[in-house]
Design a protein around this ligand. Structure first.
Ligand SMILES: Nc1ncnc2c1ncn2[C@@H]1O[C@H](COP(=O)(O)OP(=O)(O)O)[C@@H](O)[C@H]1O
Ligand SMILES: [Mg+2]
Length: 275
């Protein structure tokens, strides 16, 4: 499974004015089995960092490696064999005439045989409740179905590393919980890794075991999620804001030896997943 190394990366959108860095000297590694929550205020550079990992943007300084491949040299297609990203508002990116074609596209690109593609497409369509729409246009689906299709079209590629940008923005609880179960399902396979950029800390606590915090383009904190919850300074400085749930979890785990995952599970049960 893939290892991602971000090595002293700085990035400027204005390649001519290289002093205007949106990311500054960021170093971080994502190891197989990591489920990383990328946190930070709006405009802090989260989406930019994800696009750099995908090779859609290239570092102005420093290097990102996916296993041995340097993203500045590898093609986006090569990178996408290991790393796939679910963008914010992914339903804006549909292009195929039918749901079946939309789901088949990436597999065709990888040269899978026709029968194999058909089998996978139907399997995934069933899992995502899209089977009856296979011959419909993606644009005729409801909002929730569109969202499911966009996620299904990435999950079907079975990436080693899944990257998700703001998965809960504008979603109701039903889809939040759907995202949670999809992500947990993905992480059940040993050594897959996940990076989720979000400012929705409650959502993140339900799926992540690590956290990285960026503020104004700098990586200001990284470690495991439990340590983040004990890190008062990041919250008191206003880089991150606690929610009722996150402060409750933080209190409970600081004052007792109870396991973090257990607290999350109890809260999910008590709130019926509405956290
Ligand atoms: N295409 C772009 N061109 C120029 N500046 C951009 C572009 N995209 C984002 N930025 C700027 O880069 C900074 C980081 O943005 P972004 O990575 O989207 O942050 P986040 O995802 O944390 O909200 C912001 O100041 C934003 O305005
Ligand atoms: Mg963003």
């Amino acid at each position: 499974m893939a290892k991602i190394s971000i090595e002293d990366v700085s990035f400027s959108y204005e390649q001519d004015k290289k002093n205007n860095f949106v990311l500054k000297d960021v170093s971080y590694s994502i190891l197989p089995g990591d489920s990383v929550l990328l946190l930070g205020p709006n405009g802090s550079g989260k989406t930019t960092l994800l696009k750099l990992i995908m090779g859609l943007l290239k570092p102005t300084k420093g290097k990102i490696r996916i296993d041995d491949a340097d993203t500045s040299k590898a093609s986006v297609f090569e990178i996408s064999k290991k790393v796939s990203m679910i963008f914010q508002n992914p339903e804006k990116q549909f292009f195929a005439e039918t749901v079946r074609e939309e789901l088949s596209f990436g597999l065709k690109n990888r040269g899978l045989r026709e029968e194999e593609i058909k089998k996978k497409v139907e399997e995934v369509a069933k899992k995502f409740g899209l089977f009856e729409y296979l011959d419909k246009s993606p644009f005729d689906l409801s909002g929730g179905e569109k969202r499911r299709l966009s996620i299904a079209s990435i999950i079907i590629l079975d990436p080693e590393v899944l990257i998700v940008d703001e998965p809960t923005a504008g979603l109701d609880f039903q889809y939040r919980n759907l995202m949670i179960s999809i992500i947990r399902g993905f992480l059940e396979t040993r050594n897959k890794s996940l990076v989720v950029a979000t400012h929705d800390i409650d959502f993140g606590l339900r799926i992540a075991n690590k956290a990285a915090v960026i503020n104004e383009g700098k990586l200001v904190w990284s470690g495991d999620v439990v340590s983040l919850l004990r890190e008062e300074e990041i919250f008191s400085k206003g880089i991150l804001a606690h929610t009722f749930t996150s402060s409750l979890i933080s209190r409970v785990i600081s004052q007792s030896n109870v396991d973090f995952q257990k607290v999350v599970k109890i809260l999910e049960e008590l709130t019926e997943g509405l956290m």
